[in-house]
Design a protein around this ligand. Structure first.
Ligand code: 5AD
Ligand code: SF4
Length: 468
């Protein structure tokens, strides 16, 4: 893959920091969407802090406001336009600089709307993150609006400074883009084609995180288990670590890292070598996110998911047989075009059979430019909402059932800090991502400890420390 040199762009970090010297400037950032966007925001924050801004949660104090946008579902659009309406007053009152980046900026109709109706200084996209310092510099020096969007694929950007939100758990992007073109999804159009970072760069980043005291790593990508697949198929992969299974095995060797998670895999790429790596590697979480989207073979076909209901269930069965105690979370869309009651019942059937620990439920949202947007038989909103409520009810029933199984068990938990639910308690998560609260000393923060679960409370569990 083409790795681009960003030294020239990074010189602008220095230039902006000179302009800002001694001004005590502040920035506020709002991140929408998935963990990949959050990881991009950590890079944006890394650049911005080097340019002399310090973070504030109070937007009215900010000299620079950044929106890192998502466009996977329509509600994110409504949210952005609402925010842009509000921030206009701040700009008029004190000249706040407004920067808008991320996936939504790769959509022409959105950028056109912003240009026509809203105030902003810089618009940047998913392929121009590294150019943000240069764009900001030009916006400040020339006092004019900058739009910097590229429609390129296949580039990898390394070496951006990064300011992480957490000091125990970190996300590391291993690949970018998506080639799957699920018919409802805008991601392949705004994030470009699949491309993997070199294992050398990934492993170096994780080794550095381990040295800095990080304990848990989440490997990120739109389709993580196809790591290096495109490069392998094109015959351009020069990396010895040329598959996701091999990458997992390498990450597992890194001293100091105690837990490895990954998100999101695609069921079709869950090859045996990946399943075996999860089984063999002690640090790899046995909690697998396995996006279902629909339980109906007909709908899966029109979604272009390339598996059937039976193939999905067989995969779950195979993983349960091979990986002791494996548990699953999933994504489900209700109300995809042409979904009838029987299709929806099939989704409920899979949910009952797999007993997912966690379900991210979405109402189908039409996205301009995707094949599903042009399909006939779009489902009326009322029916979509009814199905969503029915799925939610089933999820809550299953959640209560699953929760009961935790009572009396011992869980290995990374202590994250004090609980937001009740500040007298510490908090952490089970391997299956369930929040657990327990009493204990703050010196345990950042360590893995054994907790016995004593009660369940729907969205969290309560426990007691077994040994310190
Ligand atoms: N409408 C609703 N949900 C969607 N997702 C992706 N595109 C859409 C859409 N158009 C969901 C999928 C995906 C998750 C990240 O978002 O379930 O796995
Ligand atoms: Fe979207 Fe499908 Fe790619 Fe996931 S795999 S990012 S749902 S196109």
């Amino acid at each position: 893959m083409t790795k681009i040199n960003i030294n020239e762009e990074l010189e602008y970090v220095e230039k902006v920091s000179k302009i800002n010297e001694g001004k005590n400037l502040k920035y506020n950032i709002l991140t929408m969407g998935c963990q990949l966007n959050e990881n991009d925001s950590e890079k944006i924050c890394g650049m911005v802090e080097k340019m002399g801004y310090t973070k504030t949660d109070d937007i009215s104090l900010a000299d620079l406001v950044i929106y890192n946008t998502c466009c996977v579902r329509e509600n994110a659009e409504e949210k952005l336009f609402g925010k842009l309406g509000e921030v206009k007053k701040l700009k008029e009152a004190k000249g706040t600089i407004i920067a808008i980046g991320g996936c939504m900026m790769q959509e022409k109709h959105i950028v056109d709307k912003i240009k026509k109706s809203y105030k902003y200084d810089v618009i940047f996209g998913t392929h121009t993150l590294h150019k943000f310092p240069k764009d900001l510099y030009n916006a400040i020096i020339e006092n004019k609006r900058i739009t910097d969007i590229l429609d390129i694929d296949g580039e990898i950007i390394e070496g951006l400074p990064i300011k992480r939100d957490d000091n125990i758990r970190a996300s590391v992007t291993i690949m970018n883009g998506c080639n799957n073109f699920c018919t409802y999804c805008i991601v392949p159009y705004v994030r470009g084609r699949e491309r993997s970072r070199s294992s050398e760069d990934i492993l170096k980043e994780i080794e550095d995180l381990a040295k800095a005291g990080y304990k848990e790593i989440t490997l990120l990508g739109q389709n993580v288990n196809s790591y290096m697949r495109v490069e392998r198929e094109k015959g351009i992969c020069t990396d010895k670590i040329n598959s996701f299974a091999k990458l997992l095995r390498e990450v597992n060797k890194i001293d100091g890292i105690e837990k490895i998670r990954f998100i999101s895999p695609h069921p079709k790429d869950f090859t045996d070598d990946v399943i075996e790596a999860i089984r063999d590697l002690d640090k790899v979480s046995k909690f697998i996110h396995l996006p279902l989207q629909s339980g109906s073979t007909n709908i899966l076909k029109t979604m272009n998911r390339v598996y059937t209901k039976e193939e999905y269930l067989n995969l779950v069965q195979k993983m349960k047989e091979k990986i002791p105690n494996v548990k699953f979370s999933t994504d489900i869309i209700v109300g995809f075009p042409e979904e009838n009651e029987e299709d929806f019942e099939n989704t409920l059937d899979v949910v009952r059979k797999v007993k997912f620990e966690q379900i991210f439920m979405f109402i189908y949202s039409r996205r301009v430019g995707t094949p599903a947007d042009k399909m006939e038989n779009q489902i009326p909103e009322e029916i979509k909402h009814k199905r969503f409520d029915k799925l939610k009810k089933l999820y809550e029933e299953i959640l209560a059932e699953n929760n009961k199984e935790y009572i009396g068990t011992t869980q290995n938990i990374l202590v994250e800090g004090y609980s937001k639910i009740n500040s007298e308690f510490l908090t952490g998560r089970t391997d299956t991502n369930k929040v657990v609260i327990f009493k204990g000393d703050s010196k345990l923060i950042g360590r893995f400890i054994q907790i016995k679960i004593i009660s369940e409370h729907m969205w969290y569990l309560k426990g007691e420390i077994l040994n310190e």
